[in-house]
Design a protein around this ligand. Structure first.
Ligand code: FE2
Length: 455
């Protein structure tokens, strides 16, 4: 029988606060000079276009993001060397993005196995909607069979999952599949996440980077992105409103750990104070009516006088590496076309020590297996994609209709919309069995914000 969660009710599909900054192997020089002339020309061109345009549907520009490799990747085992660590810091300060090789800290197969047995096997779905594949030799494998798990891991790690298994995987995906970061309880509590969260070498590297030993990691979730499902790369945006950036933001670091290879898209140079100042002067008039302080300040390729869409780079993060970025960077999301392998990992950011209230929440969540009610940004976390609230039929077909009879009885409810209509709704679910708290080290309790630094 599924327990329902009490400490949080819902989750949001937007990611927590991240964003990132510039850099890359291909050094980009942003053309910041003579911006007003550029802008003027752009306005004139648009005016001309408007005059000549037939009254047809405006066409959206689509730009393919160019791939790039990091100029330098830092090895976690060498970051105890102050000279090497300083080199890393300089690289981050100059580029705003940083890739660290975690070396032997991640056993890829073991980690993916945990995704299968924890994330997927914890779903309260009927057998036909639980992860299952057909192997090349014709054998059928299913997540509920222990002896099939290694075969399932093999399929997930294939360079190109075949059409039959991709179709089965899509049928069995967790809520938030489109965004690629599920918000079910195991997503926040996997062992692999906690092992890396409390890793002393990584902690010291980040503390050095941020000039602060009293930092906490964020309490964030897993990443599982599937080809042809995850949303595409034309969502170029700042996570923070560039017109209103907090001064404390430089004390934070956003990041993710890539169990399998992934990409990180950003615009080199877009996090510097100079860039942001000029960006606001030039771009903000092109985006009238935006409320100050809005999260996810996104750009439109047809309102892009500096050609920032073309300046995006998709940095390749190899398997077993972490990528970190400044919270101020203009960034995108990689598209997942048919040729893209499944991307598996988890978010891992760092920030100054949390408040006593947040510490109490974290202690509770880590001991009970709950999920947070809000992101550090203050945005509410939605257990299911927020948009399902407006599309109850989608909630019905993508989640409710897949539930086991037991789970259906416990979890499904109704609610009345503003117009007085009664529609299906759901409670978030907890764990199938008993949640086992992770045995954190004392350092791990400090890093994860369960224990106050200095006490
Ligand atoms: Fe973002």
């Amino acid at each position: 029988m599924y327990k329902t969660l009490t400490s949080s009710d819902t989750m949001e599909e937007t990611s927590p606060v991240y964003k990132k900054r510039k850099n890359g192997p291909v050094q980009q020089t942003l053309v910041l000079g003579d911006l007003s002339a550029t802008l003027e020309r752009e306005r004139a061109r648009k005016e001309e276009e408007k005059k000549n345009a037939a009254p047809s549907v405006p066409k959206k520009t689509k730009i393919k993001v160019q791939e790039a490799e990091f100029e330098k990747i830092f090895s976690i085992s060498r970051l105890g060397d102050p000279v090497y660590a300083r080199e890393m810091k300089t690289f981050y300060e100059e580029n705003g993005i940083l890739c660290i090789n975690l070396e032997n800290k991640i056993d890829k197969r073991k980690a993916v196995r945990e995704f299968v047995t924890s994330l997927f096997r914890e779903m309260p779905y009927r057998d036909e909607f639980m992860l299952n594949f057909k192997l090349a030799n014709g054998k059928e494998v299913h997540v509920n069979n222990d002896e099939d798990i290694d075969d399932i891991v093999d399929v997930l790690l294939e360079k190109r999952i075949n059409a039959v298994n991709l179709s089965r995987l899509k049928k069995c995906l967790l809520p938030h599949a489109t965004f690629g970061a599920p918000c079910t309880p195991p997503s926040f509590h996997m062992k692999i996440e906690n092992e890396i969260r409390q890793d002393p070498q990584l902690y010291w590297a980040v503390a050095f980077l941020l000039n602060n030993e009293w930092i906490n990691c964020d309490f964030n979730r897993a990443i599982f992105r599937v080809p042809t499902v995850t949303e595409g790369e034309d969502f170029l945006h700042f996570d923070l409103d560039p017109r209103q950036i907090r001064s404390s933001v430089d004390s934070e670091l956003q990041g993710k750990v890539c169990i399998t290879a992934c990409k990180f898209i950003c615009v080199p140079g877009s996090n510097t104070d100079e860039f942001l100042k000029r960006f606001v002067e030039v771009y903000d008039p092109l985006y009238p009516g935006r409320k100050l302080g809005q999260a996810k300040y996104s750009l439109d390729p047809d309102r892009d006088p500096w050609g920032l869409f073309g300046k995006q780079r998709a940095y390749i993060v190899p398997a077993g590496h972490a990528v970190f970025w400044s919270p101020k960077i203009l960034h995108g999301h990689p598209s997942f076309d048919r040729e893209t392998p499944i991307s598996i990992g988890f978010y891992l950011g760092f920030h100054p020590e949390v408040s006593p209230a947040e510490r109490a929440i974290r202690r509770e969540l880590f001991s009970t297996g709950g999920i947070p009610e809000k992101w550090p940004s203050g945005d509410r976390i939605w257990f299911f994609p927020k948009k399902f609230q407006n599309f109850p039929k989608v909630l019905q077909s993508t989640v409710i209709d897949k539930l086991t009879p037991d789970a259906h009885e416990v979890l499904v409810t109704t609610r009345t919309t503003q117009s007085g209509k009664v529609v299906p709704d759901m409670k978030p679910w907890g764990w199938k069995g008993t949640f086992e708290p992770f045995p954190f080290t004392p350092l791990g309790e400090y890093i994860t914000g369960q224990r106050k630094w200095g006490e």
